[in-house]
Structure formats: C-alpha cells, structure tokens
Design a protein around this ligand. Structure first.
Ligand code: ARG
Ligand code: ZN
Length: 459
C-alpha cells in the first residue's frame, strides 16, 4: 500500500525535476530539449514550417549571396531566438517584415525582434560570403564543399548551418524552396521537384520545391556542369514518380546506376511500402568527400555508383528521410535499416542472405570494433558513422526478425514506414511498435543489441 503511494509520488517528483531541467531558461528565451550529441544545434522554442532559400552562387569565386526566409511558429513568447549559422556575413535580419536586432554568438545567429514573437512569425536573413567547409569529429568533411566546377552542400550531421540559417536539428522538419541563380550553362540541383529554370541575362535560376517535410541535414545543393537525365517510374500505388538525375561527366558513365534505380525503388516498395517522396533521382558529383549521402529525393554519390551504395541510399528515403530520427544518438535507426536493406537486396539477388551475414559478423572476435561502443551508447560524435551503428544496427534487425518471425518482421517494416511517415521517431517508438505488432516483450533483445558493451551472448 505504502509502496503504491510512493511510486506515483516519486514519478511526479522525477517528472517535475525533468521538466525543470529542460525548461529552465530566462523569461522570453526559448525553452525545451536539445540534442544529446550536438547540444549547440537546434532551438527547441519554435518549430520551423518552411525555408525559402535564395542563393546566388558564382563557381569562379566561390562567393554566395543569399537570402533565406524562415517561417516558424512558437507556443511561447520569445523576446529573442537563435538560428544556427556559421561563417558568412549577415547584413540584415527582418522579423515579420521589420528590421530586427541580431548578433553572432559562435554558431548561433541570435535575433532580437522589435516586439516579442508568438504564434506564427517570419524571419528573413540576408547574408553573403564564402561558405565554410566543416570538418567533423571523425575527420570527414561536410558543409559547403567546393568542387572543380562548382560546389556541393552536404549536411550530415551539422553542415547545413554553413549555408542556411536554420533550426539545424533533425527533430524540426520543414518544407523548403530553393531558388538558385548560377551563371548560364551551369546546372543547379537540389532536393524535391524542379519547378522552373529561368534564364535571365548572364544567369539561370533553378527553382526546386520540397513538399515532403525534410530534416535540415538532408538539404543538398550541387552546382557545376552535369549531364541532366529526366525519366519517371510508376509507384506500386500507380503514381508517377519523376526522376531527375544529374551526373558529373568527369565521373564516368552512370548508365548502370540510372537503369538500376527504378528497380531498386520498386523492390523496396514491395518490402517497405510506397515510395514516400514526390520525386527521385541521383546526383553524382566528383567531390573530395569519402562518402555517399542520402540527400532527400536525390542521394549524392562522390563517384560512380555501386549497387550496394545505391540500395543503401535509396532505403534511406524511407528510413531516415521520411521516418527521421529526433536525436543523433539514434543514428543506428537510419544506418541499421539502410544496411539491412542492402542485406535484403543481395539475399534476393543470389548473394549472401541476411542470416548468413549475421552469422559471419557474429563470428567476429569479441574484441572487434563491431561490438563497442554499443549502437546507442557512444558519447563521442566521432563514432556516429562507426561500424557498430551500421553492422551491429543491422544485426539488431536480424535478431529481431529471428525472434518475431518473418510475417511480423516484414509487417513491422511497413508499419514503421507508414505510422511515422514524414515524421520523427526514436528507438523507444520502434520498440513499442515491434512489441505491438508481434505481441512479444522485446525490451531485453533491444537492450542486448543496442546498449550492451561487447558481443551479446546467446544469439
Ligand atoms: N549517412 C551516410 C550513409 O549513407 C553517411 C554520412 C557520413 N557523413 C559524414 N559526415 N561522414 O551512410
Ligand atoms: Zn547510410
């Protein structure tokens, strides 16, 4: 009896403590929760609905002249709020059309509107300069990456702050429009659908519209000389999906990858449900980064596209881009699912099956880097794209499949993509959905595979 009374009291006290911890902020300042790995990124006090990004870029000088309008809402009353932006010179900030005060504070652009904002508000930032390339903790580069004939903007995990003043955290998805003016004869590709390309004077303006809510880290612009390929495919729903692909001619032929793309997407639709986005394609651009990236609609490949990578980045359109993590500490969700999608593809095309892959990996020594740190337990962002995240993440899904059986497992993949379509979800939501679909208690399995340091025993 006493225990029963105590438990709710303790829970209440804990809740109160937690609430105080996440909402403590001076009056008029945004409040809320920040990212576990990147506490400086993102601003919980408001929710962005739309980014209108206008870029004027000259590949010859690498100079960017930009104006971004951010439409957001807040349930609070904000005397000041911040956007993430590094480098670039800000020349003016307007809130709801009126000049606002602003200052730079490390990677934050701190805005002080004339009057506090509440409900919907619009912020327009004018800025210019040479956008930065950013070096991550693991030594890889992102942000605004210059190429031989232009540049490519890549944003995982944080690089988008080099060129869009943004709420740069995956939990705040929004719609986008990009209007990119480049010298005539140069192409400008981005996410979403090509709305128009207008030639005026010595320049061309390419307008791309992203109607599916997108996380900032998936934003991409590539400027340079590309061969442009337009086609389409038919979704399992009967919908026509336009395909726009941009291929840097210096990277060699892309015929195989372009022919494979609709086949891969159709294969994945059968397993994961309808393709979740308005359009598809790929961007091949010779850039000195050592990775491909699932930039929304149109993944980026730094070189000719191999089949495993094509399958991986395509799967991310469901897992990562449509269903998006909320906190970077859940990176195993997109990477584990995309890696598992590779296993499904090779298994269905005369290669090793997921079970064989699992067994081979499980046989690696307990001292192997695969086993530590556990997928959700790392605290150093240098481990974001480490082996445990990809391979142990995919093994988690195979362990889950063996536990619940094929019927429930494949039902879960489709439900996960459907329930959280264009939204955000974390590991806790996956566990809950897996338990709901299978009727089994799976917390131990999730803890073994995601949290335990070292190789889980008995699988
Ligand atoms: N998400 C990418 C993939 O498809 C990897 C991105 C790596 N990013 C980085 N900054 N190293 O696996
Ligand atoms: Zn990936």
């Amino acid at each position: 009896m006493r225990r029963l009374l105590l438990v709710p009291l303790v829970v209440l006290a804990l809740l109160a403590g937690v609430t105080a911890a996440v909402t403590a902020a001076p009056e008029g300042q945004p409040t809320g929760r920040t990212d576990t790995l990147f506490p400086q990124q993102g601003h919980p006090g408001y929710d962005v609905r739309h980014y209108d990004v206008r870029l004027d870029y000259d590949p010859a000088t690498n100079r960017l002249d930009a104006r971004t309008t951010v439409r957001a809402t807040t349930p609070q009353r904000l005397k000041t709020f911040s956007l993430d932006l590094v480098g670039m010179k800000v020349t003016s900030v307007r809130v709801d059309g009126r000049p606002a005060g602003f200052r730079r504070d490390a990677q934050h652009l701190v805005v002080r509107p004339r009057v506090p904002v509440t409900g919907g508000f619009t912020t327009t930032v004018a800025y210019a300069g040479t956008p930065q390339e950013i070096v991550d903790a693991d030594g890889s580069t992102e942000g605004w990456v210059r190429t031989d004939d232009g540049a490519i903007a890549l944003g995982e995990p944080v690089g988008t702050m080099a060129w869009i003043p943004s709420d740069n955290t995956p939990g705040d998805k929004a719609r986008f429009r990009f209007r990119i003016t480049v010298p005539r004869g140069v192409q400008a590709v981005s996410n979403g659908d090509l709305v128009s390309k207008v030639d005026r004077g010595a320049g061309s303006t390419w307008t791309w519209r992203v109607r599916d809510r997108m996380a900032t880290y998936l934003a991409m612009v590539a400027v340079g000389r590309f061969a442009v390929h337009r086609s389409s495919m038919t979704s399992v729903t009967g919908r026509r999906i336009p395909i726009w692909s941009f291929v840097d001619p210096t990277t060699g032929r892309s015929t195989t990858a372009r022919a494979a793309l609709p086949k891969v997407l159709r294969f994945q639709e059968k397993l994961f449900g309808p393709y979740p986005l308005t359009s598809a394609g790929l961007v091949v651009d010779a850039a000195s980064v050592g990775y491909a990236l699932e930039t929304q609609n149109r993944p980026f490949y730094p070189d000719s596209v191999d089949s495993a990578t094509l399958v991986h980045e395509s799967a991310h359109q469901w897992f990562g881009n449509s269903v998006t993590l909320r906190d970077w500490h859940d990176i195993w969700l997109p990477e584990g699912f995309a890696t598992y999608a590779e296993w499904l593809w090779t298994g269905a095309h005369d290669g090793r099956t997921p079970a064989q892959r699992f067994d081979d990996l499980y046989a690696t020594p307990a001292s192997d880097g695969l086993w530590s740190p556990a997928p959700t337990e790392f605290t150093d962002s240098a481990d974001l794209f480490g082996e445990p995240v990809y391979n142990r993440g995919a093994m988690t899904l195979q362990a889950l499949r063996e536990r619940v059986g094929d019927t429930d497992f494949f039902r879960l993949l489709k439900r996960w993509a459907a329930v959280y379509r264009q939204g955000n979800a974390g590991t806790a939501q996956l566990l809950a959905l897996a338990e709901q679909v299978s009727g089994e208690q799976l917390d131990q399995l999730f803890a073994d595979w995601l949290e335990l340091d070292g190789r889980p025993a008995g699988y």
